[in-house]
Design a protein. Structure first.
Length: 250
């Protein structure tokens, strides 16, 4: 399915500093009501001088619209040194919300896919155990979870913390990863975390790379596949309805 370009009037009204690429989002109520099996939305976010902007394409209307956040100063309620707002890390998804870690320590930017509103959430840096790499997951029962990859004493560890009902982050479990390899988090979806594993030898062939999955409930690691390329920019796509797979897909 080839999407139409973002209309020029919308693009000109929201000059972009840094674009973060398009991604699939859950259908809204309107899309789900019209075609529950094949409806979808696509979002394209960008950091602008004054605020954060999300362009949203709906399969129901076949058109783009724009959703803008408050100004950076109003949103953060603090002085931001960068004239173009804070830098943003990778995108995460849980319970209908998209998360971006910001360069303002402990502050995460949130986009609600249902209300199309931006907000901030305070996730203490200690929640991730001062990890090299972090990702947010659905921990069950409406709770937010976080995996953090740490490197201590020549060994990689995964720290898993959960935000409990009292809004406190508590360490649930720590998993040690096999020695002699380096790892990075590729992403998370449903009940799984995806890791990239590579021998700790920079001269190794790319074919030595492996993709691993970690079952969040059992904490068991399993090999998914080997990779001919590094795959750090790989994207996870799962659980597409069969009806969508049998028709033109994104």
């Amino acid at each position: 399915l080839l999407l139409p370009p973002v209309p020029q009037d919308l693009a000109k009204a929201n000059p972009v500093c840094m674009a973060y690429g398009p991604f699939l989002a859950p259908p809204g109520d309107e899309e789900a009501a019209e075609a529950p099996d094949t409806s979808f939305r696509v979002m394209w976010t960008a950091r602008c001088e004054a605020n954060m902007v999300a362009f949203v394409f709906s399969s129901s209307s076949g058109q783009w619209r724009v959703v803008a956040s408050q100004s950076w100063s109003d949103l953060f309620a603090v002085d931001i040194e960068l004239s173009w707002g804070p830098c943003l890390g990778g995108r995460h998804y849980a319970y209908g919300l998209f998360y971006w870690e910001t360069s303002c320590r402990g502050m995460w930017l949130v986009l609600d896919a249902r209300t199309m509103g931006f907000s901030l959430v305070d996730i203490p840096c200690t929640a991730g155990g001062a990890g090299l790499d972090t990702t947010i997951v659905e921990a069950g029962e409406g709770r937010l979870g976080m995996f953090a990859l740490a490197f201590v004493g020549g060994v990689y560890y995964l720290h898993y913390t959960i935000r409990e009902a009292d809004n406190q982050w508590k360490l649930k479990q720590t998993v040690s990863l096999r020695y002699g390899y380096w790892y990075c988090i590729l992403g998370a979806t449903d009940a799984y975390l995806l890791l990239l594993k590579h021998p700790d030898n920079r001269s190794s062939e790319p074919a030595d790379c492996e993709c691993l999955s970690l079952d969040i409930k059992t904490m068991r690691l399993a090999r998914v596949c080997s990779l001919k390329q590094w795959g750090i920019d790989a994207q996870i796509y799962t659980n597409f309805p069969p009806s969508l797979l049998s028709s033109p897909t994104i």
